[in-house]
Design a protein around this ligand. Structure first.
Ligand code: NAD
Length: 483
């Protein structure tokens, strides 16, 4: 179900009241959430598996819209939808296990009580999505939120509105019309209104600057926000790396989806020993890529992003960098051809801010320590990739402060249904996918239940005469006697 919110914004000053149409949408979501929750995890899982089936059956139509609206290449659209459906199927199959009520060990200090842990859905989750992965990214949140028992009000990016509408339509088809995913169409003002509309949680994916606005708008009502923000993911190439394989993997990680990928490789730090052969291999491979509607790299989705890419290349060249593939002339709207920059100084924008285009700066590092120090300097902490002999590469991977890391590979963590997806620092701390993704959309509920009376129980005024001396003895002799 899609609706466009045309009501005028409320007067500036006080937090704007949500438009009546949005209030009605959230109310409908609350009603359907109560029904959905009562169905239980098994029936919900079956319904979500049906949705995955509908997405598979209608994949030619969906990928066609992804291509038309976002400019994706055929391969990029197919890979994105395939991975999204895999995650949905996993959430459908595993929510019952991950979020089941369970007994947990109680404390010996309260022997009269049994302890248990359950999970409750939030109710209504507002999902705000970006344009670059219009299926995979929102579906990561929507699939987990639904599997955990919530209903969703979804605001897709204004640049991927049609894909967003198709997601809701296919969901309704699988749910026999139940409006579990309702779409609200529009830009920033609709996103703002959704944040303050009374939903129980926001799952936001987008840039760090917008994330900060969303967090500020959510603060007065203490609405929780899961933030998946941008990245500046580094690749590190160590001495002893297979440079041909590393160059092929780094290149795909940097150029996939025309570089408009939150976990795209945006910087490569290559140790001195392997720098020259790595750059040679990279240049040969990058020069082979084709650009165009049917090429390896499709058009850029948003004209404004194209200008950011152009500015980053120009800034790097002004500061003394050299383009060994592409360069300023690679920016040929709506396309940007692959660009590889070397001799880039650390203060260049292309090494500090998200470029979000098919541009890869390659920096010479003295050794692994130098590469790690440079990689850690961005303030982002989404993903990373490390190439080298497996033991050494894994050791370097373990040192990096980020949410996800690939060893002798790139981006693959995003397609693993058991692995949580998310970052730290300026990349946000929300999690999608896997068990952590399901728990992002449910709240733990702790339960204790009396199983009888006990002479040493502390939790009534009618405690036995030995209860308090027992507690004092524990404190002084047992706990105080240690450490
Ligand atoms: P954006 O921040 O411009 O917009 C994201 C969404 O927020 C859009 O739907 C937009 O309409 C909405 N929005 C804008 N202003 C708002 C406001 N004040 N209140 C509420 N909502 C508002 O991001 P984008 O350009 O659409 O997407 C690209 C960004 O998303 C990049 O930074 C990329 O790295 C990031 N991203 C992150 C992940 C991840 O999982 N970490 C995944 C994909 C994209």
């Amino acid at each position: 179900m899609t609706m466009t919110l045309t009501e005028p914004a409320a007067a500036p000053g006080s937090p704007p009241a949500p438009p009546p149409a949005l209030t009605a949408t959230v109310r409908r979501a609350r009603d359907v959430a109560a029904w959905w929750r009562r169905l239980g995890p098994r029936v919900r899982g079956e319904a979500l598996a049906r949705w995955a089936g509908v997405l598979g059956r209608r994949s030619p139509e969906i990928t066609a819209v992804m291509r038309l609206e976002g400019g994706k290449s055929d391969a990029d659209a197919t890979i994105e939808l395939l991975v999204a459906v895999e995650h949905l199927r996993w959430a459908a199959a595993n929510a019952g296990r991950v979020l089941r009520d369970r007994r947990v060990p109680g404390t010996w200090l309260l022997p009269e009580l049994r302890a248990g842990l359950g999970w409750q859905p939030y109710g209504v989750v507002g999902v705000i999505g970006p344009w670059n992965f219009p299926v995979l990214t929102p579906l990561g949140s929507i699939g987990s939120a639904l599997a955990a028992g919530n209903a969703v009000v979804f605001k897709p990016s204004e640049h991927s509105a049609e894909v967003g509408r198709l997601l809701a339509e296919t969901c309704a088809e699988a749910m026999r019309g139940a409006p579990l995913v309702q779409v609200v169409g529009g830009g920033a003002e609709v996103g703002e209104a959704l944040v303050t509309s009374g939903v129980d949680k926001i799952a936001f994916t987008g840039s760090p600057a917008t994330a900060a606005k969303v967090l500020a708008a959510a603060a007065p009502s203490l609405t929780p926000v899961a933030v998946e923000a941008g990245g500046k993911d580094p690749a590190i190439v160590l001495p002893g790396a297979d440079v041909e394989a590393a160059a092929a993997s780094v290149l795909w990680g940097a150029m996939f989806n025309s570089g408009q990928t939150c976990i795209g490789i945006e910087r490569a730090y290559v140790c001195d020993d392997v720098y020259d052969p790595f750059v040679r291999a990279l240049v040969v491979k990058a020069a082979r890529l084709t650009v165009g509607r049917d090429g390896d790299l499709g058009p850029m989705t948003v004209p404004a992003q194209l200008e950011v890419v152009r500015a980053h290349i120009a800034d790097a060249l002004d500061r003394g960098a050299r383009a060994v593939v592409g360069g300023l002339e690679a920016v040929d709207p709506p396309y940007v051809a692959p660009t590889v920059l070397i001799d880039v100084p650390p203060e260049a924008l292309v090494l500090r801010e998200e470029t979000f285009g098919p541009v890869l700066p390659v920096v010479r590092a003295a050794d692994a320590g130098d590469a790690v120090a440079r990689a850690e300097s961005s303030g982002y902490g989404l993903g990373a990739a490390v190439y080298g002999p497996p033991g050494e590469a894994r050791a370097v991977a373990a040192r990096l402060s980020c949410g996800m890391v690939a060893v002798n590979a790139s981006l693959g963590f995003a397609a693993q249904p058991w692995l949580p997806f998310g970052g730290r620092g300026r990349s946000g701390s929300g999690r999608m996918h896997g068990e952590a993704g399901l728990r992002e959309f449910a709240l733990p509920k702790s339960v204790v239940a009396r199983r009888g009376r006990h002479p040493l129980e502390l939790t009534t005024y009618e405690r036995g005469r030995y209860a308090l001396p027992f507690a004092e003895t524990v404190l002084r002799k047992v706990y105080g006697g240690r450490g």
